[in-house]
Design a protein around this ligand. Structure first.
Ligand SMILES: Cc1ncc(COP(=O)(O)O)c(C=O)c1O
Length: 448
């Protein structure tokens, strides 16, 4: 369960395998495999022998700008135009009034949570099924992450369970559009409004995903994105905050630039606000501007292939594709997730299934682990600061409630994910995924 995200990132960079060209997808129950009786994990022929699309893809046309910027010595945002240009273009792409570029997704979340007032001793409601950075950002604010159980069908925060977690210390909700799947933002925003809470969207995996016609990241008070190397919009390390409120965005800018005055943050002194250096570099912005040229076409292709997979996979016993929270929603498909129901797949374990898929030349892995039990939780709760900030009684209650998340536990044991770069393949590549699962299903008895 350790270093899951790093493993996934490594896997994305090296996705490669291969297929039996002759296999074509037919309705379930009528698949014909040349060697279907022997699974690749047992020495049989792999379903796929060829490689998958590589990621990330470098655009050589950006090289002139890179060299020019490097030779100019204008490497930081304060002396160059590229970061501001990226902010303009990204805000336009998102349909947001403003964008602030940051050094990473984590720093975007740190800036947004601070500016929205998440403070020492606060509590923040958050989905447990996310990359660990989301938990860490709450801890860095010396606040307590309070997990709202996951709906295993959607992979997302369960809106029915939010209200019961609110208390007088709760200051914000941090919904995560995990894998690019849109959270039911109307419901999250309604609870937030009722209890006067801020909403920070973790859209770090959700570029161009949509909910009811609006881009993910533009539905709460502020939305945060990551442009880390594995992401659908990559620049090695990078991030952004988008928002529609000028005053908030001015404060984000000020905070990310050491608390210097900016816009409505007046120059009452050299450093009117607390702050930190969370700035993006020029190089990151040039790479993003060039990567943005392909993002819409890539997103459309992923969507098309995902819909194709949705239709095929639902026919296979034990394979349950993700459920969208509304028909009027579009996932960004940072990962294509399914649930693997062992009992309906001849009691083959999920981990054995993943092993068998990888052997067939289809890269995939399990999703996030039970991170609400990971060491960081007790390390924080037992620290001097947390003992000062929260009563013993509250920490006891926290342990009782947050180590018991049945929906999340179920999902953690069922999830299987396919990488976004695979969705940039052809329909025949998608057929390889379907054929491999079908082959394993047909030979399931040999795996138990
Ligand atoms: C859901 C989620 N939140 C936050 C982050 C943090 O972003 P970064 O790695 O750019 O700091 C990531 C990145 O993997 C993420 O997937």
């Amino acid at each position: 369960m350790k270093n899951r995200n790093i493993t996934r990132r490594k896997a994305i960079a090296t996705v490669s395998a291969g297929a039996l060209g002759a296999i074509t997808v037919a309705p379930f129950n009528s698949f014909v495999f040349s060697n279907s009786k022997i699974l690749a994990i047992h020495g049989g022929e792999k379903v796929r022998q060829t490689s998958w699309p590589n990621w990330p893809v470098w655009d050589k046309s950006a090289e002139n700008d890179v060299v020019k910027m490097l030779r100019s010595g204008r490497w930081w945002r304060g002396s160059g135009e590229h970061v501001a240009e990226f902010e303009r273009d990204y805000a336009n792409l998102m349909g947001a009034k403003r964008c602030l570029a940051t050094a990473s997704g984590t720093t975007a979340l740190l800036v947004a949570t601070h500016v929205l007032g998440v403070d020492a001793g606060d509590e923040v409601l958050v989905s447990p099924f996310t990359f660990i950075a989301t938990y860490n950002v709450i801890f860095m604010n010396k606040a307590l992450p309070v997990f709202v159980d996951t709906d295993p069908e959607t992979f997302l925060i369960n809106p029915d369970k939010i209200e019961e977690r609110i208390n007088e210390r709760t200051s914000a909700i941090l919904p995560v559009h995990i894998y690019g799947l849109p959270v039911d933002m109307d419901r999250v925003n309604a609870v937030a409004k009722k209890h006067d809470l801020k909403v920070i969207e973790d859209a770090c995996q959700a570029w161009l995903g949509e909910y009811k016609g609006k881009k993910l990241g533009t539905l709460g008070d502020l939305g945060c994105f990551s442009f880390q190397n594995s992401k659908n919009l990559p620049t090695g390390e990078g991030g952004a905050i988008v928002g529609n409120n000028d005053d908030l965005m001015d404060r984000c800018h000020s905070f990310h630039n050491c608390g210097r005055p900016f816009g409505s943050v007046e120059k009452t002194s050299d450093y009117p606000l607390r702050g930190s250096n969370r700035r993006m570099q020029q190089m990151q912005a040039i790479m993003l501007l060039s990567q943005m040229k392909r993002i819409k076409d890539d997103a459309d292709l992923r969507l098309d292939n995902a819909k194709y997979l949705d239709k095929k996979l639902v026919e296979i016993p034990g394979i349950v594709p993700y459920k969208l929270v509304t028909e009027d929603a579009r996932s960004a498909y940072h990962l294509y997730p399914i649930r693997f129901i062992s009992e309906k797949f001849g009691n083959v374990s999920r981990d054995k299934f993943v092993e068998a898929m990888v052997a067939e030349g289809i890269p995939c892995s399990d999703g996030y682990g039970r991170q609400n039990h990971d060491g960081l939780m007790e390390e924080a709760l037992k620290s001097k600061g947390y003992k000062r900030l929260f009563s013993q009684q509250r920490l006891k209650q926290w342990r009782e409630e947050n180590y018991y998340l049945p929906g999340n536990d179920q999902l953690v044991s069922e999830a299987v994910i396919f990488y976004q770069s695979m969705l940039l393949g052809t329909k025949s590549d998608m057929d390889d995924i379907v054929n491999a699962i079908t082959k394993i299903y047909e030979n399931r008895k040999s795996l138990v």
